[in-house]
Design a protein around this ligand. Sequence first.
Ligand SMILES: Cc1cc2nc3c(=O)[nH]c(=O)nc-3n(C[C@H](O)[C@H](O)[C@H](O)COP(=O)(O)OP(=O)(O)OC[C@H]3O[C@@H](n4cnc5c(N)ncnc54)[C@H](O)[C@@H]3O)c2cc1C
Ligand code: FES
Length: 266
Amino acid sequence: MAYRITLKPSGHSYECEAGKNILQAGLDAGRMLPYSCRAGVCRTCRGTIVEGKVDYGRVHDTYLPESDKAKGYALLCQATPLSDLVVEVREVQGVRPRLIPCRVERLDRPVPDVTVIGLRLPMNENFRFLAGQYIDILLKDGKRRSYSIGTRPDPGGVTALELHVRHTPGGLFTDQVFSTLKVRDLLRFEGPLGSFYLREESDKPIVMVASGTGFAPIKAMCEYAFDTKMEGLSRYDGHAGLRLRRTGDGRRRARRFQRKLWPAAR
Ligand SMILES: Cc1cc2nc3c(=O)[nH]c(=O)nc-3n(C[C@H](O)[C@H](O)[C@H](O)COP(=O)(O)OP(=O)(O)OC[C@H]3O[C@@H](n4cnc5c(N)ncnc54)[C@H](O)[C@@H]3O)c2cc1C
Ligand code: FES
């Protein structure tokens, strides 16, 4: 049995099979709904059930307390419909994700636990994305791992991407990155993904804060903002390496790390 989901304010609608989550059915129907973790913890996919009933799914109270449910909120990556629904959620802009093959072009290790992977895409790909988005590297057995794009987008598309990958000891993908992955190896990814991107049209102040490899999407956004001469932008600082400072490795090492990751920072 399928239910009809109508989105507000766009008025777009699609069918969702009973038992399927509202987010997945929307993505399958080509709707650009916001999401990130798909695991019920980041709340990026939160929408308001304006009409109809849902099963909230397996969501911990921390991420969707009873008080939120009372206000009509549901996490669309977990919630399944129990009737036709009207859901208030803002669809995001951006390019539809695709599966793309790529080759490892560069492997740099600015610090022992971070590898910067340079990926080369086929010359005819012209991969378009929004500054701040991420891609999923596709692994064997349908597994995937997400990495933010550290490269600034270009309106004409790009054929090279940079990822900043931190080693998670015992981790399926990052153990490979830090042991067997070589230049010229082939990978496949799906992207662009995610609704964390620079809101160029916003007239609100924007403060960029990042730590660790969370620096990658911020780097992409800052470089893009500077490239496009976003109004009101006056200054940017590269502060990659804060973790090194805290762990006592010293300012000099931190600055070297920063310069390697972001030579343009001043
Ligand atoms: C939107 C998004 C963007 C991201 N961007 C970045 C980025 O730019 N850079 C970055 O470095 N990371 C990023 N991540 C995290 C990244 O996707 C991976 O989760 C991370 O690299 C670990 O992947 P892995 O395969 O090496 O580890 P996994 O195999 O997922 O393992 C993670 C940890 O769990 C442990 N573990 C695994 N299986 C078991 C088990 N059965 N029992 C007990 N413990 C277990 C492992 O030992 C390891 O410590 C991002 C994640 C998201 C969601
Ligand atoms: S996508 Fe993260 S909570 Fe739904």
